[in-house]
Design a binder for this molecule. Structure first.
Ligand code: 4NP
Length: 158
């Protein structure tokens, strides 16, 4: 994956945009700030059930535990323009990836990939979907998206 675009920008995509992708967005924002870097970061869902909704309360809680306030995030559905607006679109799992590949317009310029492909040793793995589990699942999700965020920042710095 090429990170030499003049202005890299990142969109994270899961199913509902209330659990995994908002956490990925929050983790990357945190790691970028820590590194003194600036980039456009957003998240979206392949589905439209949670458009306009805040993140799941359990996602809000783990983000707060990690020092990030995501209460103002609002769900939105991925749209065609995203494939031209962002340089990188990361799917949180394989179903999200297949969905994105199906939706990509012919003139898409974004590179689309599975998020954990960015993490050495985790290539091909999905980020755990914590929606139907308990709080521990959200901690696992945070750890995974934060590993990815660190890897992305490292690539931006290299
Ligand atoms: P997310 O989690 O895709 O990580 O935001 C889910 C959100 C909603 C549902 C499933 C997963 N749902 O079935 O409504």
């Amino acid at each position: 994956m090429n990170f030499s675009a003049p202005q890299p920008s990142f969109l994270f995509v899961c199913l509902g945009n209330i659990c995994r992708s908002p956490l990925a967005e929050a983790a990357l924002r945190a790691r970028l700030e820590e590194a003194g870097l600036d980039a456009r970061v957003d998240s979206a869902g392949t589905g439209d059930w949670h458009v306009g909704s805040p993140p799941d309360p359990r996602a809000q809680a783990i983000a707060r535990d990690m020092g990030r306030d995501i209460t103002a995030y609002r769900g939105r559905q991925v749209e065609e323009e995203d494939f031209r607006r962002f340089t990188h679109i990361f799917a949180l799992d394989h179903e999200n990836l297949a969905d994105l590949q199906r939706r990509a317009p012919d003139d898409a310029t974004a590179q689309v990939a599975l998020l954990l492909d960015m993490v050495e040793g985790m290539e091909g793995e999905p980020v755990a979907d914590p929606y139907f589990g308990g709080d521990e699942g959200f901690r696992t999700t945070w750890r995974q998206v934060d590993r990815a965020a660190q890897a992305l920042v490292a690539r931006l710095q290299s």
